[in-house]
Every structure is written in structure tokens, then in C-alpha cells.
Design a binder for this molecule. Structure first.
Ligand SMILES: NC(=O)c1ccc[n+]([C@@H]2O[C@H](COP(=O)([O-])OP(=O)(O)OC[C@H]3O[C@@H](n4cnc5c(N)ncnc54)[C@H](O)[C@@H]3O)[C@@H](O)[C@H]2O)c1
Length: 126
């Protein structure tokens, strides 16, 4: 990822795995601020503190939010845009692979992504 210097970003599922690595890469390459949207789990708080210690407390913010709850993440999205004074980058990384729960899988892997994309494109009038 290039051209992220001084940009603001959301990374869903940034509290672990690939999302954590993406968040770290954005910060390493000079992104101004990154918001992690992830579940309110201890490892996500810990991941945020680790990144804050490495890159600066004000550059990474954790917004504990379940992206299957539309009202909740719409509010979170608005809060982030307000706190960051706009938003340049949206990374829809959060996802699951659960064959035994197709409804939950669809809610996370499809519905939330479509809604977040809509909010982002509306904001940036793309
Ligand atoms: N790791 C792989 O080999 C692989 C392969 C293909 C696709 N993917 C996809 O890449 C993405 C990242 O994979 P990963 O291996 O880092 O997985 P991971 O499980 O380590 O990370 C997923 C993150 O999404 C978060 N998340 C899950 N449900 C959520 C919800 N309802 N609300 C908010 N956050 C939620 C989790 O808490 C977690 O932090 C996922 O979408 C995954 O499906 C991964």
C-alpha cells in the first residue's frame, strides 16, 4: 500500500491477523490516523495498545463494534468521521468462515461490507 501518507483509514477486523498487519503497515507508511473496528475483545484492546506504543497514542483508535449490528456500526462510522474530520480509506477486512452458520457469515462477509461501502462512497461522493 502506497500513497497513504497523512491519510485517515478504517480497518475492520484490525484487532488480529491480516487486519492487524494491514493496520500496522498503514501506520508504518505514514497514515495519519487509523480506526480499528473490531469486536470488544481483550486481544483487540491489547493490539491497539501495542500499536499505540509503537506509533503514537493518537494515531490508532479502537472502536469496539459488532459489524453485524447495523445501527451500531453506522454510529461508529459517523463517530470516526467526526473524530478524524473525514475519511480517506476503508478496508473491509473483518470476516469469518463458518459453514454451520450461513446467516452470520452472510451478515459479516456480505451485508456489513455493502453497508460500510455505501456509507464510505456517500461520504466521499464517489
Ligand atoms: N487467513 C486466511 O487464510 C484467509 C483466507 C481467505 C480469506 N481470508 C479473509 O481475510 C480476512 C482476515 O482473515 P484473518 O485470517 O486475519 O482472520 P482473523 O479471524 O484473524 O481476523 C478477523 C477479524 O475480524 C473480526 N471480526 C469477526 N467478526 C466480526 C464482527 N462481527 N464485527 C467486528 N469484527 C469482527 C475478528 O474479531 C478478527 O479480529 C477475513 O475476512 C477472512 O475471511 C483469510
Amino acid at each position: 500500500m502506497d500513497n497513504v501518507k497523512n491519510k485517515t483509514a478504517i480497518v475492520t477486523g484490525g484487532g488480529s491477523g491480516i487486519g492487524y498487519a494491514i493496520t500496522e503497515d498503514l501506520l508504518h507508511k505514514g497514515a495519519k490516523k487509523v480506526a480499528i473496528i473490531d469486536l470488544p475483545l481483550e486481544r483487540c484492546y491489547n493490539a491497539t495498545v501495542t500499536l499505540q506504543e509503537k506509533f503514537g497514542k493518537d494515531r490508532v483508535v479502537f472502536f469496539p463494534t459488532d459489524i453485524t449490528n447495523a445501527e451500531s456500526y453506522k454510529e461508529t462510522f459517523k463517530d470516526i468521521v467526526n473524530v478524524f474530520n473525514g475519511l480517506d480509506i476503508l478496508i473491509n477486512n473483518a470476516g469469518i468462515c463458518k459453514d454451520n452458520n450461513p446467516e452470520q457469515t452472510f451478515a459479516i462477509n456480505v451485508v456489513s461490507i455493502e453497508t460500510l461501502n455505501f456509507l464510505f462512497f456517500s461520504l466521499n461522493k464517489i
